[in-house]
Design a binder for this molecule. Sequence first.
Ligand SMILES: CSCCC(=O)C(=O)COP(=O)(O)O
Length: 280
Amino acid sequence: MAGQKIKAVVLDIEGTVCPISFVKDVLFPYSLHALPSVLSTQWDSPSFAPFRDAFPAEARTSPAAFEAHVHDLTAKDVKIAYLKGLQGYLYQHGYATGALKTPFFRDVAPSIKRWKEDSRGLMVGIYSSGSISAQKLLFRYAALDTAASATTNAASSSASKGALTESKGAENEEENEAEEKKGTETEDLTPLLSAYYDTTTAGYKAESSSYTYISRDLDLAPEEILFLSDSVKEVVAARAAGLRAKVVVREGNPVLSDEEMEQAVENGEEIVTSLEDVDV
Ligand SMILES: CSCCC(=O)C(=O)COP(=O)(O)O
């Protein structure tokens, strides 16, 4: 795609930048686990009220009815704005306490950095069904690549051992502590991102009008935007609005049907398995 004047890359989240299993098996269960205590302590609090009041009246008759409705929507993976808003509210505590960290695919942070460092200074944005506040948390608390950290630590550790004639026990202890800390640290990727869209701002992801909205909001022509998603429906909708769009295939994603495969490669757009292979 080199020389095709891409000025912004817009990324989907689930199954594109992080595994579907992180969303379904970690984030969603976390929200359900956190909910009862929030309902019993914050049902009438001003901070929780906007999230509660966004739910339909019949789900707000009692905390128990509310909880049952949230369980039902979550089990069905309904991507409705009021559930997504609530989830974002519930995730805050999990990320702040270190219970949640986002396991981005290894190519994600280096690719976003490469696009940003490009001489054109590409804009990078997010478009997800998850609420904008949940998107910001997800990118604010990126799990550091522990394997890469371990390699770096091992290399610097053996280099320093070679330079020193004797290694002291206290120094080794410090090194071990630093190594352990690395495993729990997070990296804030939000400074790399300049736009966030969810269904409350752009609309539903399978509708082409949502991508027209994004292109107008970014003040770019549709063909100057590259959208990357694991969802063929979303890619088809983005292309219908005139955006460039590619299907991302990741380990753990459902296998594409023959029909989806055909739609995915329409107009010669290839399927990508790593953002590092995306030529802008
Ligand atoms: C940003 S929070 C986790 C993602 C989420 O809740 C979701 O529904 C994922 O939707 P996407 O459109 O990114 O596939």
